[in-house]
Structure formats: structure tokens, C-alpha cells
Ligand binder design. Structure first.
Ligand code: GLP
Length: 241
């Protein structure tokens, strides 16, 4: 696991953008794993700027997002599908047929999960997976206690995650209590992983990632076993190291 230390959120986003563009430009049919949340928003803004300047094209890019809330349709303002459209897809030349997010309104969610893993496999696996990290170490929506060998599955969200994500909803009661997430084993099969971490609220989590033991109690810790992980971390998130 390689740590790249940067000053602030902007620098983290710039660095991530440079890594992502290099990956897209060096592969014939790049498969990207994408994340939502506040962390990658700056990265998506930067990449749109680069796209507008002709530095990158999404024409041949396939994407798989990490997760989606159960019960929210694609059109719902709080769905991750909508988030991705607004923050990235609507602004670049991506072919929407190559865009994949779990369908949180599928009538058979277990089948949806199986299909999602199959689609990732058929696409040749993820070349570069962008990850954020929850304050409790969750990756995607894999909460503490999730088996390391898990595939894409339905999860009950932890209370701390519901509280953290309530800021996007009218009230805490409106946050869906379940989500579909790529499993930890699915994430670990990505060829390369880029973990972005910014801000003091993540300082405890970064300290645990860097210095704690590898345990299912702290999902992100498994990343230490992956051969190709880069962590771009800013000064705020390093205060406890
Ligand atoms: C969310 C998402 C994760 C994200 C994490 C951190 O709940 N499901 O994919 O990485 O929590 O979010 P943020 O970047 O807003 O801190």
C-alpha cells in the first residue's frame, strides 16, 4: 500500500484525477470502479474540466459503481445513479450503456447481486477502483463485520453511516436503511485501487488503516493485502498518524 501525502482536498482531487486520466488513456477499454459520497466529488469536477480541454475521453470507458440504496429508483434525487449523472456522466462523452450501478429497486435483489458480479467478471474486472472510506472503515457499504470473502450483497446500514449520510436527505428518517454493495472480495479483485481520504473526521480511520490490525471489524484494513493500492491522503486526515 503506497501513501501519497497531499496538502488538502483540492490537491487530493488533482492527484486522483491525474491517476485516473493516465489509466483511461493507457487502456483500450478501461473498466473503472466508481464511488459516491463527498470524497470523489472534487475528482469528478476536475475530470470534467480535463474532458472539456480534450485531455480525456470516456468513449470506450465502462463503469461499475460500488453501491446503491435499496428502494431508491434511478430518478430519485438521492439515488447514487442520479448522483453519478449529475456529478459526472451528464458532462462527459460516456456511453450510458456501459454504465453500471446496482439496481436498488430490483424485485429479486439476490439475483441482482449475482448478476452484478457476473457483469464485472464479463467486463474483464475493474482496472481502477476509486474508493472512499467511511469513518468506521467501511468501503462501498461494507460495514464492520462484513466477511472478507463477501460478493455483491444487500446490507443493513450501520447507525453511524445513516447519521453520516443524513446530510443528503431531508431527515435521518428518510435515509434508506439498506443498500446493495459490491462485496469486499469483489472490490479486492480490482486490478488497482485508489483510496481517497480527506479531512480530520477521517483521521482515526486513516490511523487504523495504516497501523491497526487486518480485521473484519475494520473493512478497509483488507486493502493492505492487495498488491496495488494507492492511498491519497491529505493533511487533515493525517493528524493522528
Ligand atoms: C458512503 C459510501 C461510500 C463512501 C463513504 C464515505 O456511505 N457508500 O462509498 O466512500 O460512505 O463517504 P464520504 O466520502 O461522503 O465521506
Amino acid at each position: 500500500m503506497e501513501f501519497i501525502k497531499v496538502t488538502n482536498y483540492q490537491d487530493m482531487s488533482d492527484k486522483a484525477c491525474a491517476i485516473m486520466i493516465e489509466k483511461i488513456n493507457n487502456l483500450k477499454n478501461p473498466v473503472l470502479g466508481l464511488a459516491t459520497g463527498s470524497t470523489p466529488e472534487g475528482l469528478y469536477q476536475k475530470i470534467i474540466e480535463q474532458y472539456k480541454q480534450g485531455k480525456v475521453s470516456f468513449k470506450d470507458v465502462t463503469t461499475f459503481n460500488l453501491d446503491e440504496y435499496v428502494g431508491l429508483s434511478r430518478e430519485d434525487v438521492n439515488s447514487y445513479y442520479r448522483y453519478m449523472q449529475e456529478k459526472l456522466f451528464n458532462h462527459v462523452d460516456i456511453n450510458l450503456e456501459r454504465v453500471h450501478l446496482p439496481n436498488g429497486t430490483a424485485s429479486d435483489l439476490a439475483e441482482e447481486c449475482r448478476m452484478y458480479d457476473k457483469q464485472i467478471e464479463q467486463a474483464g474486472r475493474v482496472d481502477l477502483q476509486i474508493l472512499g472510506m467511511g469513518i468506521n472503515g467501511h468501503i462501498g457499504f461494507n460495514e464492520p463485520g462484513t466477511p472478507f470473502n463477501s460478493r455483491t450483497h444487500v446490507v443493513d446500514l450501520a447507525a453511524s453511516t445513516l447519521e453520516a449520510n443524513a446530510r443528503f436527505f431531508p431527515s435521518l428518517a428518510d435515509v434508506p436503511t439498506q443498500a446493495v454493495t459490491m462485496g469486499i472480495a469483489t472490490i479486492m479483485e480490482s486490478k488497482e485501487i485508489l483510496l481517497l481520504v480527506s479531512g480530520e473526521q477521517k483521521a482515526e480511520a486513516i490511523a487504523r488503516l495504516a497501523e491497526g490490525e487486518i480485521s473484519e471489524d475494520f473493512p478497509a484494513s483488507i486493502l493492505r493485502n492487495h498488491p496495488n493500492v494507492t492511498v491519497v491522503v491529505d493533511e487533515g486526515a493525517m493528524v493522528k498518524l
